[in-house]
Design a protein around this ligand. Sequence first.
Ligand code: BDR
Ligand code: CA
Length: 311
Amino acid sequence: MTQKIIIDTDPGQDDAVAILLALASPEIEVLGITAVAGNVPLPLTQLNARKICELAGRADMRVFAGCDAPMRRALVTAEHVHGRTGLDGPDLPEPTMPLQQAHAVDFIIDTLRSQPAGSVTLCPLGPLTNIATAFARAPDIVGRVQRVVLMGGAYFEVGNITPAAEFNIHVDPEAADIVLKSGVEIVMMPLDVTHQALTTRARIRAFREMGTRVGTVVAELTDFFERFDVEKYGSEGAPLHDPCVIAWLLQPELFEGRHVNVEIETTSPLTLGMTVADWWGVTDRPPNATFIGKVDADGFYRLLTERLARL
Ligand code: BDR
Ligand code: CA
């Protein structure tokens, strides 16, 4: 049976690879892609999502534009990481497939109401604005979500956009707080795990050597993306954060984590968006998320390369 998902995203090179991985995988049925403001403003994220669908040969995919700013704050973007377009690196043509008329939040609500309860997984790869807005506007859908598998947060790795916070959660901490408190089953891919999924020279070469358009584009995307992290962390490559979400759906045995309590800092200016994970079980706060801490990186890149080669 296929796993039905909605990808909520702010592409982003690593978002793009996650979308390609999902579209390449027959176990997954992508019901729609909802764009949110994040790495770059909404007009670019929705455009980038359509460029990637066309690259995958999926001009039939429905792409919706959602919230253009966080629930209660001004948008923070990350052009310093992703480039001016959000998808710097390859030269991708302007998409010809249309943007859907409906708002992404309405699409999320309508889909969860019309599909059988417990059959749709939400995969947020950016700030949680669209998802939290849908939960706040239509509380009846919350109990119908199968689970949320998201990229966001950090505990031992602490932060990337501030010393204390990971980008997706920091941009819209109120939205993250709503999702974490919703009672929905949550699997979180924090920096602790994504920082293990590094693009190395050999891994990028494997993309390039596929000899396909998708392989070349993914090599160009990761080439661009890694320059920032290599300089910042002195690591061999860059973490492919968002594809971890899709890889978990396909092969959860590649990952290890703990079911713990995770709370979001929404007030302190110093630590805004920090994900306080009770990894050691030192409180009696109830667990609300499976917080992933480890990935078999070779297995992850084997899966990614094998799947992308199918496109
Ligand atoms: C997250 O922030 C974005 O820059 C990436 O696409 C990823 O979703 C990593 O902190
Ligand atoms: Ca992202």
